[in-house]
Write a protein of this length. Structure first.
Length: 350
């Protein structure tokens, strides 16, 4: 009987030992068949200044989705609209100092900083955001200007032409005289040349200025009638096909240098595509916004006569001369740059 118990115990011990060895083998097998651990994704912060529903932020979200899809998650982007990470005026400095990895720079908010890029803001008669955006990107690619050499430029884009939105009807150049309108950069100087009284401020400050009657309207692309709800204050619009506003999306150079090469390749391929996409989106969204404002707020749209449009270009010719002088002072081939802008406008504004 005792012998039987001993044999049973020995057998049980042997079985337990075999089972334990089998488990460790399967663990070994598991460990030898486990996929190598995927590298941690690169996480980038992207700062933007206007509210989330405006075009500069809509394009930011599109860029984020494209980057995360095309890098298969190797690059993750966290977006900060509405000035929650960096405000408009310290966007470029903030990215250079690493407060944000990426930032959307409204170049007209920093007068004198971008002598080459502002060639696209000249009153040359762009009729679309597609053409102005593709021209701006082509200009950057050709000249790689010193004004942007301290950052990595991820894309650039520009608005459709600036037009007047106002509390009062403006049907002629005569009615622009003395009108207090918000306008920045070259668009602001264009208004001044026409006799308006221009007030300059970043877009996020415009709603308050309109509500407090500090301005009688503004001069920019018309999609803000809907996106910034300016149709509630401005029942009139005047088509002038004025200058455009330009933007650059820039990345901290050290953060760019640290990216894996395959991620850099994805972002470089995306750059011109994002410029064209944003310009086209801006055009289509502006048309929708004008229709919405007509339907929901009874917007009345006037168009400046061809004679007045010609007068406006004559009265603003000094802007181009002023840009040329500043460009030459910055060591740029001013005439060649302007000739390029006009040629690309012709090519892209089909
Ligand atoms: N008005 C110019 C450019 C611009 C046009 N639409 C938007 C929307 C959000 C920010 C800027 C703009 C400007 O103030 O920069």
């Amino acid at each position: 009987m005792k012998r039987l118990i001993y044999t049973g115990l020995l057998l049980a011990t042997l079985l337990a030992a075999l089972f334990a060895a089998g488990c460790s083998d399967s663990n070994t097998n598991e460990s030898s068949t486990q996929q190598p651990r995927a590298a941690e994704p690169v996480r980038l912060t992207y700062a933007n200044f206007p509210p989330a529903f405006t075009v500069p932020c809509v394009q930011m979200e599109r860029w984020k989705e494209e980057v995360q899809t095309r890098t298969r998650g190797a690059v993750q982007v966290e977006t900060f609209p509405g000035g929650t990470l960096l405000k408009a005026k310290n966007m470029l400095r903030g990215v250079m100092e690493g407060q944000a990895d990426i930032g959307c720079v409204a170049m007209s908010y920093q007068p004198g900083v971008f002598p080459l890029s502002t060639a696209v803001e000249m009153p040359v008669g762009f009729t679309s955001g597609k053409a102005s955006s593709q021209t701006l990107w082509a200009l950057f690619e050709k000249y790689r200007p010193a004004e942007l050499e301290q950052v990595k430029v991820l894309t650039m884009f520009a608005t459709p032409p600036s037009n007047i939105m106002s509390r009062v009807p403006v049907q002629t150049l005569e009615q622009v005289q003395g009108l207090e309108l918000r306008g920045n950069g070259a668009s602001g100087r264009f208004l001044d040349a026409l006799g308006a009284v221009t007030v300059s401020m970043p877009m996020p400050e415009v709603p308050d200025a309109l509500q407090k009657n500090m301005i009688q309207g503004l001069f920019t692309s018309l999609e803000v009638l809907q996106d910034m709800k300016f149709a509630e204050f401005c029942p009139y619009a005047t088509i002038m096909d004025g200058p455009v506003y330009i933007f650059a999306v820039v990345m901290n150079q050290d953060r760019w240098n640290a990216l894996p090469q395959e991620a850099k390749d994805v972002l470089d391929v995306l750059a011109p595509e994002q410029a064209a996409w944003t310009g086209q989106y801006w055009d289509s969204h502006t048309a929708e916004a004008v229709e919405w404002a007509r339907k929901e707020h009874g917007l009345q749209v006037f168009t400046l006569s061809d004679q007045d449009k010609t007068h406006a270009l004559e009265q603003s010719a000094a802007l181009v001369q002023d840009w040329k002088e500043r460009a030459v002072k910055a060591g740029l081939p001013a005439e060649a740059v302007l000739a390029d802008v006009l040629a690309w406008k012709q090519e892209f504004d089909q």
